[in-house]
Design a protein around this ligand. Structure first.
Ligand code: HEM
Length: 311
């Protein structure tokens, strides 16, 4: 199984940075790629509604053959397919929110992956720090944040804000210290590249098959066993009491399937044989609308992931 590599737009990226810096200077936002409390990424990345998009991001990562096989060979993926995601969150969000320490957090995350490498069954080598592979994992997180802002909240970003959020996502990526040679120049190029990966790079593999099977089960796994479950400390006791019980795990299976599969591009659902009806689409959109409305009622103290609260 070959992993197609993207074209390498090295010169495009640096030109883009200069052009963007010039444009931003003109409209008085010279520091638009500084990540701080005024940045859009700070507003959206640690919003707890990433829970509605994180499963889709994790599944899209697993569909990349290099990541799928890396998970099989380097983690306890089959015993616990969700703990990996929970365990990774503090490092990923810390790269955004750790202020002066964020770049250190980013390089620690990168270095964690130095030995995550091997061969796929067809002999092709993979390495987590191959920029094309590492960028894909990051791209799914950027898309996750975008989708929280676009679909799960009633605020409407302007075109300039969408572009700013994209640039801030690129700055997030740079903090890992992995080559940014494959980073698309702007949001439009990002969308095109994302589509190309979905079409040409993602391939069913044993890890993605397994994850899809878990998501289709009648009850979700007992997530309370994960010490890294990102529940607010005040809600943790409730989660610990309810999540192990079968009726609750069964009741959560339907919405969880809806939000994870609903967040996938339609073409990816087709390629991976994921059944999705018009009724599913209607139900999925209703869940999003309900959250958009109800979110105003959630107390501010419960709306943010730990790393974001600290930031
Ligand atoms: C933006 C890109 C990525 C980020 C931010 C990221 C983040 C992380 C973090 C924070 C951990 C540590 C979890 C812990 O402390 O236990 C981790 C573990 C891991 N990552 Fe990544 N990762 C990325 C890309 C990749 C890629 C491209 C691969 C594979 C090709 C990969 C494979 C793994 C594996 C196998 C583990 C070990 C999981 C385990 O111990 O069960 N990661 N990742």
């Amino acid at each position: 199984m070959m992993v197609a590599g993207p074209q390498q737009p090295e010169t495009q990226t640096s030109c883009h940075q200069r052009r963007r810096a010039h444009e931003l200077t003109e409209i008085g936002r010279v520091d638009a790629v500084t990540l701080n409390a005024d940045s859009l990424l700070w507003r959206w990345a640690g919003d707890l509604r990433i829970a509605f998009e994180g499963g889709t991001a994790g599944l899209l990562q697993t569909m990349h053959p290099a990541i799928g096989y890396a998970l099989i060979e380097h983690s306890n993926f089959f015993e616990d397919p969700v703990d990996r995601v929970f365990r990774s969150l503090p490092g990923i969000l810390g790269t955004v929110y750790d202020g002066p320490d964020a770049a250190t957090t980013g390089t620690q995350v990168r270095d964690y992956h130095r030995d995550i490498k091997g061969h796929m069954p067809d002999g092709t080598r993979y390495h987590a720090l191959n920029p094309e592979t590492y960028w894909w994992a990051h791209a799914t997180f950027q898309r996750m944040v975008d989708r929280v802002a676009r679909y799960w909240d009633s605020y409407r970003l302007t075109d300039a804000q969408w572009e700013q959020l994209y640039d801030e996502g690129c700055e997030w990526y740079r903090r890992y210290g992995v080559s940014d040679s494959v980073v698309p120049a702007d949001r439009r190029a990002f969308d095109a590249e994302f589509d190309r990966y979905c079409r040409d790079v993602l391939e069913p593999n044993p890890a993605s098959d397994y994850l899809i099977d878990v998501i289709n089960r009648v009850a979700i796994p007992d997530m309370s066993t994960s010490p890294h479950l990102p529940a607010h400390p005040r809600l943790r006791p409730l989660a610990d009491r309810l999540l192990p019980t079968w009726p609750v795990r069964a009741a959560l299976a339907v919405p969880m399937r809806l939000v994870i599969f609903g967040g996938l591009p339609a073409g990816v659902r087709d390629r991976f044989g994921i059944a999705w009806s018009a009724a599913d689409e209607t139900a999925y959109r209703s869940v999003r609308s309900a959250i958009r409305v109800a979110w105003h009622l959630v107390p501010a103290s419960l709306k943010w992931h730990d790393a974001a609260r600290r930031g």
